[in-house]
Design a protein around this ligand. Structure first.
Ligand code: SF4
Length: 292
């Protein structure tokens, strides 16, 4: 699965007369020298692991620093009251994105998609579509292939690492992949997937990586929510026929350039951004002294 451009993916699908997700799946099988069925089995395993991760969330846990853990449960309880601005479907996505971010911070099993810090975006979207929109397991697995293909292009042309490209490369990439997955679930076209990817990535362009005390907790957990919301709106815009003026590959290249131009202080070093706010500095000092 070493696509260098979204155009390459589309071309392969066109040449073989198959959907884009299948082109990504076949390319994966060929690269790994396994059968298509074996590749599918691996993707089914990933999907089941995402489901397990959501079901395994424990609202009573707390991260080692004590900064996060209960947020997913709080949001779920609040959503259950039925009076959220976001409505039931979106509120569940918010809660689940928080749950996965908290689970990661609490060392629970999660699926890094594409990274551990951004592990909440895809499961929150896909699990909620599976549960609330009657998307089948097979449809979700197909959507995972489509978004994995786009994730590969992002990794090849730019980065999916906060240390290399800032949070735009982690949460931004997850949002772009999530937007593609949503379009795939609605049988959107490859061009709509490109638009969804481009719009989601553009909307988080420039987002810095600034974890408080260097822990993947604050602001990471809540950024998973904004990644999921970005994916939802970008997916819907693409399905509505709204185009990204800048094509997906060019947006990805731009994200890479922006990441390269970012100060190292804003790339996971905890030397800039929120990590050096007075509250964060005070917490970090206590944490390092072993008081937290
Ligand atoms: S702030 Fe940095 S560590 Fe946290 S999710 Fe974003 S990229 Fe990952």
């Amino acid at each position: 699965m070493s696509f260098q451009s979204t155009g390459e993916m589309k071309q392969l699908a066109l040449e073989r007369g198959i959907p884009l997700w299948q082109a990504v799946m076949e390319a994966d099988a060929e690269e790994q020298d396994i059968t298509p069925e074996a590749s599918m089995e691996k993707m089914r395993f990933i999907w089941e692991a995402m489901k397990d991760a959501i079901r395994g969330y424990d609202p009573n846990m707390l991260s080692r620093s004590g900064l996060v853990g209960a947020e997913g449960g709080k949001m779920e309880q609040y959503a259950a009251l039925g009076d959220t601005f976001c409505g039931p479907f979106v509120s569940k996505i918010v809660a689940r994105a928080l749950m996965m971010g908290c689970s990661n911070a609490c060392m629970r099993r999660i699926v890094a998609a594409p990274t551990a810090g951004a592990c909440g975006v895809l499961p929150a979207l896909l699990y909620t579509c599976w549960e609330e929109r009657d998307c089948s397991d097979e449809e979700i697995v197909h959507a995972l292939y489509a978004c994995a293909g786009f994730g590969q292009v992002i990794a090849n042309r730019a980065s999916i690492s906060g240390a290399q490209g800032g949070c735009q490369a982690e949460i931004g990439s997850a949002a772009a992949m999530g937007a593609v997955a949503l379009v795939a679930l609605k049988n959107g076209t490859p061009e709509q997937m490109e638009d969804a990817c481009a719009m989601a990535l553009k909307n988080l362009m420039g987002l810095v990586c600034d974890p408080v005390a260097g822990l993947v907790e604050v602001p990471c957990v809540k950024r998973n929510v904004i990644g999921a919301m970005d994916a939802l709106s970008a997916g819907d815009m693409a399905l509505a026929g709204i185009h990204s003026t800048i094509p997906a590959d060019e947006v990805i290249d731009t994200m890479g350039r922006v990441g390269n131009a970012m100060s190292p202080r804003l790339k996971e070093t905890a030397k800039g951004g929120l990590a050096i706010s007075p509250t964060a500095k005070a917490f970090t000092a206590r944490w390092k002294a072993g008081e937290e």
